[in-house]
Design a protein around this ligand. Structure first.
Ligand code: FE2
Ligand code: FE2
Length: 198
């Protein structure tokens, strides 16, 4: 039976272009994030911040591995275009962390993480629309991990006097988020369908 399912998966690929693109994008964007956090961790002076950001970098490499495992199960290959594009983006952000001061790397990391949360919940919804539920747990966990990252960065800057200004112009901060997840009142995986519904 398992062999039959595996054969079916490989021969059918993933009949969902939006999902395939989202997987490829996330796989490459995780690399960009990892590179960016290398620069971010390197540029902060505070030892605790450095340690926390290095852990976040490890989380992102881990996500990249998990996304690859899902892609491989359906014979989906990484996109050469995204790999190159996000490689360059990640390296540029990484280098910029050394010159744009303390606040902005924390702000834009939090803003980016806020958007990444729903990518994993959207993937789950797409898989579920194909009747596939075997990735629910890992996608839920990755989405929640991105939320933890968002909260970490927001905590660091929530009292900063620059935040109201950035929130007004970039649409993320104390009052605005790109997802509807509250870590203090989490729904379990099987009841998480209301997350990130547009
Ligand atoms: Fe990630
Ligand atoms: Fe993250």
């Amino acid at each position: 039976m398992t062999n039959k399912i595996t054969t079916l998966k490989i021969t059918m690929g993933l009949p969902h272009t939006g999902l395939v693109d989202l997987l490829k994008r996330a796989y490459s964007a995780e690399k960009a994030a990892s590179f960016a956090y290398q620069g971010h961790a390197g540029s902060v002076k505070n030892a605790e911040e450095k340690k926390a950001i290095k852990q976040i970098e490890r989380d992102e490499w881990n996500h990249r591995r998990e996304v690859f495992a899902i892609m491989a199960a359906y014979d989906v290959l990484p996109s050469k275009y995204y790999e190159l594009r996000f490689h360059v983006i990640g390296k540029i952000i990484s280098a910029s962390c050394y010159v744009i001061g303390w606040f902005m790397p924390f702000y834009f990391a939090g803003r980016l993480e806020s958007g990444n949360v729903c990518e994993y919940f959207r993937m789950k919804q797409y898989f579920n629309s194909l009747g596939i539920h075997e990735h629910d747990k890992i996608l839920y966990e990755m989405g929640m991990k991105e939320k933890e990252h968002e909260v970490y960065f927001l905590e660091k800057i929530k009292a900063n006097k620059l935040l109201p200004f950035f929130e007004k112009y970039f649409g993320w901060g104390n009052r605005e988020s790109f997802n509807n997840i509250d870590l203090d009142k989490k729904y379990p995986v099987e009841k998480s369908d209301s997350y990130c519904k547009k």
